[in-house]
Design a protein around this ligand. Structure first.
Ligand code: C5P
Length: 313
């Protein structure tokens, strides 16, 4: 039976701006997303039965259809019934390295890898944009996870425009293992508190989209200027997640106490990250935060920006 192993990188947000609410009740977003080398490994193989079998050694990862990776396989079965009849079911093994419910799109990346892997297993020959269209049915971050690199994401987050590569910029990530933030909670709470500030006019949404394209952060990315990028990090969801989770605020403040290029929470959190100008600055920051917060629940990672999404190894 054929099998594939895929690498599914984590993402961080360099920019996350909430513009308003959409008719589908999702938020209209403008984000700048970046994949990093910290990644899960996803193994896929065809099996003789019609089943979807999911394995994962991590105790908090569900193995049923509540897992987005499972739903990705189900979606492929529904969309390509002839290939499913020909090739049969699929066994998926997730090797988790990306923290869970962390604002790092770990679950979305796993689902992206299942789409890419089944396309190969079933010899479908789908284009990246067809895979991204399928991914958008599963979750807003899945299309970005397929292509990765540095990109502007708009709409629900599913509409992707690639930007120049920032490969190699160092970043330190910190997350309390037992602290999880639900993305629906973060957005619902944000809506509750800030709905009065939402853009209601479609024209002003368009203006704000134009503004990001010609804005300072995109210019700094094109110039590959990590100092400027670090100074321009922005995330609206910090306004609701930081007050609700003092540990995350303290962790963010601790990161900021030491030399780095800019610190922020990623996505709906609770992961906090700092950009660094070199491996030695990143390593120093890792050790400084580790020395200041001895709680073994705190996980820290030194990683680098990468210019790819899901890939086969
Ligand atoms: O798209 P996804 O299923 O990953 O989104 C998870 C949740 O995050 C949604 O159910 C919604 O509550 C919130 N969300 C949102 N607006 C977006 C993306 C996500 O409100 N653009």
């Amino acid at each position: 039976m054929k099998s594939y192993t895929l690498i599914a990188p984590a993402k961080i947000n360099l920019h996350l701006e909430i513009l308003g609410i959409r008719p589908d009740n999702y938020h209209e977003l403008v984000m700048i997303m970046q994949t990093v080398d910290l990644a899960d490994r996803v193994e896929l193989k065809s099996i003789d039965t019609d089943d979807i079998i999911l394995h994962c050694g991590h105790p908090d990862v569900p193995l049923d259809r509540t897992n987005l990776a499972y739903r990705a396989a189900e979606l492929m079965q529904q969309e390509f019934p002839e290939a499913f009849a020909k090739y049969g079911g699929v066994e998926i093994t997730l090797h988790k390295h990306i923290p869970i419910a962390a604002g790092l799109a770990g679950g979305s990346g796993n689902a992206a890898a299942v789409l890419v892997g089944i396309d190969l297993l079933w010899e479908l020959g789908l284009t990246q944009s067809s895979l991204q269209e399928l991914g958008a049915k599963l979750g807003s971050d899945v299309p970005f996870c397929i292509s990765g690199g540095t990109a502007i994401a708009t709409g629900r987050g599913e509409s992707i425009s690639p930007l120049a590569s920032l490969e190699g910029i160092f970043v330190v990530l910190g997350k309390y293992r037992s602290l999880e933030v639900s993305t629906p909670w973060a957005y619902t709470t944000y809506r509750h508190e800030f709905e009065h500030e939402y853009d209601r006019e479609p024209v002003s949404v368009t203006d704000r989209l134009d503004r990001i394209h010609s804005g300072a952060l995109v210019r700094a990315i094109v110039e590959r200027d990590p100092v400027k990028i670090g100074g321009l990090l922005y995330n609206d969801l910090e306004k609701v997640v930081l007050p609700a989770h003092p540990l995350v605020s303290q962790l963010r403040a601790e990161f900021q106490r030491h030399p780095n290029l800019g610190t922020m929470m990623s996505g709906s959190g609770p992961t906090v990250f700092s950009l660094a100008d070199s491996r030695s600055q990143a390593d120093a920051l890792y050790h400084q935060v580790r020395a200041a917060i001895t709680d073994p629940d705190l996980e820290l990672f030194v990683t680098q920006f990468c210019d790819r999404g899901v890939r086969v190894i």
